[in-house]
Design a protein around this ligand. Structure first.
Ligand SMILES: Cc1ncc(COP(=O)(O)O)c(C=O)c1O
Length: 368
């Protein structure tokens, strides 16, 4: 039997969750109150305001979905898609594949385009797919592909998507809080994230935001949203002024997000992005001097997710196990076509510090 008091703290340097600030853990231990208690409704109002600041948006419909990043993905898809609607998904790794699966389950007629893992799409490629198979109601893309470590160029792609009259849906699960995400500036219509990456909050909530155009598309639906739980027409009556009961909000998780967002905004978005970039540069030069090779296109490398090829002859799982057992340090293994051949090293939120880089590099020097 596991005794929770015996849990050993780890340095979390995988693809999420990341280390959590003690203030966030303390926030979770605040008294649980009712989900309609005016005190808690104040917490929700703050969360919406803070999320608007972090997403860089004025979108009224901005809230935290009760569920992890995948629930945010599903929320965006099922609220925008009605059976038979056409959707284009740009697949550059595992999470683009997941979005495709979610869209097909929601009844979308899905067209996909692919780039090799580690590469990014050009606006011309998206334009070509729209010309060939469009028009699409929605175009979906993952900003920071956690399986490869590449950052997709959202502003350029947004332009061609909007010129074609489509809605742009963007996954910012890994990017939000660790690099620039500008929902209004980039004209993103539906955007979701997760709490456990660069926001450095435990997993459990998914921030989402919808533009006025996305809300208009939802309001114009002919059919009910396929998921009762994730139906924004219902959930927004709880987050909005009506305060209608929909489901019991995960109270203490929302406390955690409230505090985590405060830490993000106290640091300042620019300062936080710069910290991630700086710490990434130092990790990259250390890893390259150990002979490790990055897998993503260097021009589009993410700061917070460093996917590197496991050196020839090294058992990637065995090294990860020793890092965990002997150094209390977690990194991730490769996903999908990188399984067994790569490590994914996260520098996310509280885990993006020189101390983390030093700990990992010194351990790898011994283990490799
Ligand atoms: C880019 C991306 N999208 C979606 C998800 C799914 O999030 P979750 O595992 O929190 O459901 C992840 C999780 O790693 C992710 O990295």
């Amino acid at each position: 039997m596991t005794n929770l008091t015996d849990l050993r703290p780890r340095l979390l340097m995988g693809p999420g969750p990341s280390d959590v600030h003690p203030r966030v853990l303390e926030a979770m231990a605040r008294p649980t109150v009712g989900h309609l208690d005016p005190q808690f409704l104040g917490v929700l109002n703050d969360i919406r305001e803070r999320l608007q600041a972090v997403f860089q948006t004025k979108n009224e419909l901005t809230l935290a979905v009760s569920g992890t990043g995948s629930a945010g993905m599903e929320t965006c898809v099922v609220n925008l898609i009605e059976p038979g609607d056409k959707m284009l998904v740009c697949i550059a790794g595992v999470f683009g594949q997941r979005m495709t699966d979610v869209a097909r389950r929601a009844g979308a007629t899905v067209t996909t385009i692919d780039v090799p893992w580690g590469q990014v799409f050009t606006a011309e490629q998206v334009q070509a797919a729209i010309s060939q198979s469009g028009p699409f109601k929605v175009v979906g893309i993952v900003n920071a592909e956690t399986s490869t470590g590449a950052a997709q160029p959202i502003p350029e792609i947004s332009q061609v998507v909007h010129d074609a009259g489509s809605l742009l849906l963007v996954d910012t699960v890994t990017s939000l809080g660790g690099m620039e995400v500008d929902v209004d500036g980039w004209q993103i219509d539906a955007c979701y994230s997760g709490t456990q990456k660069c926001l450095s909050c435990p997993p459990g909530l998914s921030p989402v935001t919808f533009s006025p155009a996305a809300v208009a598309a939802m309001d114009a639906r002919q059919t009910k949203v396929q998921s009762w739980y994730l139906d924004m027409s219902l959930v927004r009556q709880y987050w909005g002024t009506e305060r209608l009961y929909h489901h019991t909000a995960p109270i203490n998780m929302n406390y955690a997000l409230h505090e985590a967002l405060r830490l993000v905004l106290d640091e300042g978005l620019q300062a936080r992005w710069q910290r991630h970039a700086r710490v990434h540069e130092s990790l990259k030069s250390e890893l390259e001097s150990l002979g490790l090779r990055y897998l993503a296109d260097p021009a589009h490398q993410l700061p917070m997710l460093n996917a590197v090829a496991t050196p020839e002859g090294v058992d990637e799982g065995a090294v990860r196990k020793r890092l965990l057992d002997e150094y209390d340090l977690e990194i991730g293994g490769g996903l999908g076509e990188h399984k067994g051949k790569a490590w994914r090293i996260g520098l996310m939120g509280e885990s993006a510090t020189p101390r983390h880089v030093e700990a990992l590099v010194s351990a790898l020097k011994t283990l490799l």
